[in-house]
Design a protein around this ligand. Structure first.
Ligand code: SAM
Ligand code: DTB
Ligand code: SF4
Length: 344
C-alpha cells in the first residue's frame, strides 16, 4: 500500500452530496441517525467538550433588509429600539466581562445590509481589542466585498458569520431584498481572504424537510465546509411575518443537527438561537447528535438566551467541559485514521 493511500486522513469530507443522499439521511431511524452522527463526531472532536461564544449586538435595529424572521428589520413593527454603532471602548468593556465568564470567542453583530467603510474602521478596532484579550473574534455585518473581507482579515478576524438561512428554493419566501447568490458571493470573499467561515441557517420557519436538506447540501457542497455551522431554531418575534408560524417537531431539529454533522464531520455544529425554549433533555439530544458549540450569556443579539447559571448546571449534569480557544481546523484523531481505500 502506498504512503499516499495511507495518508488521506479525512476521506469523509465530501463536497458532492446529492439531494437523494441527504433525503435518505433525514429518513433514517432516529437511533441509527444519532449513532452515525455521534460516530462521525468522535472522529474529529472530544464529545464531552463544548465551545462557548458570547454575542453582542454592536449596532441594533433599523436594518433595510426584510428577513422575515428578524426583530431588527426596519420593515416590521417589532417594538425594538434602534441604536447606532457602539463605541469601541464600550464594546471592549463588554468583551472583557464575557472573557471573565469563560467565553473563548466574542461575536459582534450589526444590523447592516453591508458595512460602510468608516464603520469598518471601528469594527477593525473592536476585532483588534478582542484579539488582544486572547479571545477569538467573530463578526457578522451583512454582505462584504473582497476588499472589506481583506481589511477584516488584516485586523486579525478569526470567523465571519453569514448564514444562508434556508434552502435556495425557500429563500425567496423569507427574504426579498437580496438573493441567495449574494450570500454565496460573500462567503467566497470571506474564504478567499483567509477568514474562517461560519455559516448555517434557521430551522422552523415553515420550511419543508426538503428545504432543510437543500440548506445542508448547499453548505456541505461549498468548495470547503464552513468551519462553524450554526443551526438556529427560530425565535418567533411578534410583528415579523414569521411571528406566528407553527412549531416544528423538536426531534426534527435534532435530526437536522445530526445530518449536518454526518455531512460536515470536521465542522463545529453550533446549537444557536432557540435554546431558551428547549428543555435540558432536548439540548442533551442535540449534543448527542454532534452539536459542540453554543452561545452563552443572558442575550443573543436581541432575544433571550438561558444565561450563565443554567448553562453551567446543564454542562455539569452532562459531564461536559468548555473547549479551549483554537482556530485551526481539527485533525482527524490518530486512532481513527483509515487507509483511503477503506472508505470507498
Ligand atoms: N445583518 C447581518 C446578517 O444578516 O448577516 C448580521 C446579523 S443577523 C441577526 C445574524 C443571523 O442571525 C441571521 O442570518 C439569522 O440566521 C439569525 N437570526 C436572526 N434572527 C433570528 C431569529 N429570530 N431566530 C433565529 N435566528 C435568527
Ligand atoms: C447565528 O447563526 N445566530 C446568532 C449569530 N449567528 C449572530 C444570532 C441569533 C440571533 C437570534 C435573534 C436575536 O437575538 O435577535
Ligand atoms: Fe438585517 Fe441581518 Fe436582520 Fe436581515 S438578519 S434584517 S440583514 S439584521
Amino acid at each position: 500500500m502506498s504512503t499516499q493511500q495511507q495518508s488521506d486522513p479525512r476521506p469523509d469530507l465530501r463536497n458532492d452530496w446529492t439531494r437523494d443522499e441527504v433525503t435518505d439521511l433525514f429518513a433514517m431511524p432516529f437511533n441509527d441517525l444519532l449513532f452515525a452522527a455521534q460516530t462521525a463526531h468522535r472522529r474529529y472532536f472530544d464529545p464531552n467538550e463544548v465551545q462557548q461564544s458570547e454575542l453582542l449586538s454592536i449596532k441594533t435595529g433599523g436594518c433595510p433588509e426584510d428577513c422575515g424572521y428578524c426583530s431588527q428589520s426596519a420593515k416590521f413593527e417589532t417594538g425594538l429600539k434602534a441604536s447606532k454603532l457602539m463605541e469601541v471602548e464600550k464594546v471592549l468593556t463588554e468583551a472583557r466581562k464575557a472573557k471573565e465568564r469563560g467565553a473563548t470567542r466574542y461575536c459582534m453583530g450589526a444590523a447592516w445590509r453591508s458595512p460602510k467603510d468608516r464603520d469598518l474602521d471601528a469594527v477593525c478596532a473592536m476585532v483588534e481589542g478582542v484579539k488582544d484579550m486572547g479571545m477569538e473574534a467573530c463578526v457578522t455585518l451583512g454582505m462584504l466585498d473582497a476588499m472589506q473581507a481583506k481589511r477584516l482579515r488584516d485586523a486579525g478576524l478569526d470567523y465571519y458569520n453569514h448564514n444562508i438561512d434556508t434552502g435556495r428554493e425557500y429563500y425567496t419566501d423569507i427574504i426579498t431584498t437580496r438573493t441567495f447568490d449574494d450570500r454565496i458571493d460573500t462567503l467566497a470573499h470571506v474564504r478567499d481572504a483567509g477568514i474562517h467561515v461560519c455559516s448555517g441557517g434557521i430551522i422552523g420557519m415553515g420550511e419543508e424537510q426538503k428545504d432543510r436538506a437543500d440548506m445542508l447540501m448547499e453548505l456541505a457542497n461549498l468548495p470547503e465546509h464552513p468551519e462553524s455551522v450554526p443551526i438556529n431554531s427560530l425565535m418567533k418575534v411578534g410583528g415579523t411575518p414569521l411571528g406566528e408560524v407553527d412549531d416544528l417537531d423538536p426531534l426534527e431539529f435534532v435530526r437536522t443537527i445530526a445530518v449536518a454533522k454526518i455531512m460536515m464531520p470536521a465542522s463545529m455544529v453550533r446549537l444557536s438561537a432557540g435554546r431558551e425554549h428547549m428543555s435540558d433533555e432536548l439540548q442533551a439530544l442535540c449534543f448527542l447528535a454532534g452539536a459542540n458549540s453554543i452561545f452563552v450569556g443572558e442575550k443573543l443579539l436581541t432575544t433571550d438566551n438561558p444565561g450563565e447559571d443554567h448553562d453551567k448546571a446543564l454542562l455539569a449534569r452532562l459531564g461536559m467541559k468548555p473547549m479551549a480557544a483554537h482556530t485551526a481546523a481539527p485533525e482527524v484523531k490518530p486512532e481513527h485514521i483509515v487507509p483511503s481505500h477503506a472508505a470507498e
